[in-house]
Design a protein around this ligand. Structure first.
Ligand code: ADP
Ligand code: MG
Length: 337
């Protein structure tokens, strides 16, 4: 009978091979995908021992982003948003649970911020076209500014309908939709048994679990990169786990006004109908995207002082702000004790 003989050397070799195989399989269990949805880039990284599950996970996330976009896009005539904007003044509009929940959450953030976040900003916001360098005229602003008021939106919880009290009101959910879609995506991943993942839609992300025993690392972008600088350059890096993170920046969609030299960008101060100018970027850490996303827009509008006061009053919320001088400011929870 042949008895296998192991010496110490061959044992080491076997242990080494098994370890190598294990680490290879661990590495190959990470699966990434990049795509486009909701008018922005979607990046997904998931960990699962079976690639077939990871593929399914990516499909589920992309499907969810598409689904939310079909409901909320201002560019699709068939979206619920377009229907509500066209008809909610004439007659209360029954909407899907998703739509109702998002508008309800948006109103909650409006109360919290005394109107710094207000989805009726769109009553004026629709007059901006950043690609065409267009903005509302002073006449249009005077005529429309009082249409910006979240109290013009009436939510009927019983029959899940939305009505507008003013004929000029329009809403836009661009400041909250991506965070909501990211939250939904994370729930889809969890339902598939995934415990480590990163999902981002533009500047809105959620970091689920960790990255192989270490936290996920998220960078805060440099807000004033020159064209010859590396676009991935960051100002600082945040180690995160089980956290939503959302950045609002004045460098995402903007043009420079030829006459005044002012930066006209996509975050509008509801009080003036003009771009907010106190800061260059706001990054919010929160338990969910449905908070992080609208809060980054909110704090951007409120500016450093009022914004930090709000953030510091909220449990489990933190902020990193880059003010209009390029200085980095932190909320209390991120400062050394
Ligand atoms: P991004 O869309 O680039 O991720 P934000 O999360 O800051 O950036 O959202 C900006 C979007 O929020 C704008 O494109 C617009 O749709 C919407 N928005 C702008 N100003 C306000 C505001 N004051 N209140 C609510 N939503 C706003
Ligand atoms: Mg936002």
């Amino acid at each position: 009978m042949l008895v296998p003989v192991f010496n110490v050397h061959s044992m080491r070799l076997i242990v080494f091979s098994v370890l190598t195989l294990l680490s290879l399989s661990v590495q190959s269990s990470w699966y990434s995908h990049s795509g486009e949805a909701m008018g922005t880039s979607i990046n997904i990284t998931v960990w699962h021992p079976r690639e077939s599950v990871s593929r399914l996970a990516v499909k589920a996330v992309m499907g969810e982003m598409e689904r939310v976009d079909q409901l909320l896009s201002p560019y699709l005539e068939s979206s619920e948003l377009s229907r509500v904007n066209a008809l909610a003044y004439l007659e209360p509009q029954k909407v899907s649970d998703d739509f109702f929940n998002i508008v309800q959450q948006a109103k909650k953030i409006s109360y919290m911020s005394q109107g710094a976040f207000d989805i009726t900003f769109a009553s004026v916001g629709f007059y901006y076209d950043y690609r065409q360098k267009q903005q509302p005229t002073p006449g249009e602003l005077t005529q429309l500014i009082s249409a910006i008021n979240y109290n013009h939106i009436v939510l009927n919880t019983k029959n899940r309908s939305i009505a507008f009290l003013d004929a000029r009101v329009k809403i836009d959910l661009g400041g909250i939709a991506k965070g909501y879609a990211v939250d939904n995506s994370i729930r889809k991943l969890q339902a598939l048994g995934i415990t480590s993942a990163s999902v981002s839609a533009g500047g809105d992300s959620y970091l689920l679990g960790d990255r192989g025993g270490r936290p996920w690392i998220t960078g805060v972008k440099h807000p004033r990169l020159q064209s010859n600088q590396d676009p991935s350059q960051v100002v600082l890096k945040l180690p995160l786990s089980d956290t939503a993170v959302s950045t609002s920046g004045d460098y995402e969609r903007f043009f420079i006004d030829d006459k005044t030299g002012e930066r006209v960008h996509h975050i509008v101060n509801p009080k003036t109908g003009r771009s907010a100018s106190d800061v260059m970027s706001v990054t919010i850490l929160a338990p969910t995207g449905a908070f992080a996303d609208p809060l980054s827009t909110t704090v951007f509008v409120m500016g450093v002082e009022k914004g930090l006061k709000l953030v510091n009053s909220l449990p489990e919320i933190d902020a990193v702000i880059i003010n209009n001088q390029g200085r980095v400011v932190y909320s209390d929870g991120l400062k050394p004790q």
